[in-house]
Design a protein around this ligand. Structure first.
Ligand SMILES: NCc1[nH]cc(CCC(=O)O)c1CC(=O)O
Length: 306
């Protein structure tokens, strides 16, 4: 049955692209879809790293209020920014086909980390990227390179790079590609070089748990392979008490019916070594995928991650 739907969305260029993408797909399926743009606390606070001001929830709370009040029926999220546990009454109703999950190196001067001059500054605020970069730079004997905070939406981050505040920055390839900025990518880190964040590159759609009709409308947009992979990744974060204040990477790939999941953890204040773990097995359901995530989390914990 065709529905009249409103998508609550943040107003960054990336969030709007993502909301419009879902709007288009639902329109093709016969629904009438409007957008409701809103500013979240996470968009307003730009001077502190997210882990210090309350983490991922900052980007979704206002959107959830709009769902609760019936001003909107869907919220489209970068799954990476969605807390592991949704509040009572909300559900993740759809995970869509994943974009490139990897991290990208963006730099006007340096084709790769190897080109960085002595004492160069690299920008990122993600604890995960920080510990993975420190690990790689330490292996390259490049402890002179400094990693400094970089916040703001994609355009802001690129502007800060272009103003010369950083020699290079690390961003999700997915966001750059979605906004047609793929030509700014100098190098895409392989998942061996830099293990992605749980959910990176995947879009998730949140609804009110009591809206079975909306869930049904979203069913054609679901990509089950992507959902299995991100369910396993998010289970690693969840089992580790995850928030974005955790220097944790988790990435899964599906081959046939077998999911291969890798996790990595680093101590932001400690040695540049990483704790790594992986698991592999057949998955038919989200619960199977989550059990694999649980195993990797336990192995990371046994290896010293906390
Ligand atoms: N934390 C911000 C954020 N959330 C999702 C993306 C990229 C798109 C995605 O992962 O789907 C980004 C930007 C970035 O990390 O460079």
């Amino acid at each position: 049955m065709p529905l009249m739907l409103t998508i609550a969305t943040r107003e960054s260029r990336l969030a709007l692209w993502q909301a419009e993408h879902v709007q288009q797909l639902l329109t093709v399926h016969g629904h009438r879809v409007d957008l409701l743009g809103m500013t979240t606390r996470g968009d307003q606070i730009l001077d502190r790293t997210l882990s210090k001001v309350g983490g991922k929830g900052l980007f979704v709370k206002e959107l959830e209020t709009a769902l609760a009040e019936g001003r909107a029926q869907l919220a489209v999220h970068s799954l990476k920014d969605v807390p592991m546990e949704l509040p009572e009454g909300f559900a993740l109703a759809c995970v869509m086909a994943r974009e490139d999950p990897r991290d990208a190196w963006v730099s006007p001067q340096c084709a790769s980390l190897a080109d960085l001059s002595a004492g160069a500054v690299v920008g990122t605020s993600s604890l995960r990227r920080t510990v993975l970069l420190r690990h790689t730079l330490s292996e390259m004997k490049r402890d002179d390179v400094r990693i400094e905070p970089l916040r703001g939406n994609l355009d802001t981050r690129l502007r800060k790079l272009d103003e010369g505040q950083y020699a290079g920055i690390v961003l999700a390839a997915a966001g750059l590609k979605r906004l047609g900025l793929g030509q700014r990518i100098r190098h895409i880190f392989s998942t061996d070089e830099m293990l992605p964040a749980a959910g990176q590159g995947a879009l998730g759609i949140e609804i009110r748990a009591d809206r079975a009709d909306v869930a049904e409308a979203l069913a054609p947009l679901v990509d089950q392979a992507s959902w299995l992979a991100v369910a396993a990744e998010r289970a690693v974060s969840r089992a580790m008490g995850g928030s974005c204040s955790m220097p944790l990477a988790a990435h899964a790939t599906l081959q046939g019916d077998r999911l291969h999941l890798r996790g990595a953890w680093g101590d932001p204040e400690g040695a540049p070594q990483l704790v790594r773990a992986e698991a592999e097995g057949p998955v038919a359901t989200l619960a199977d995928a989550e059990a694999l995530g649980q195993r990797v989390a336990e192995a990371l914990g046994a290896g010293g991650a906390h």
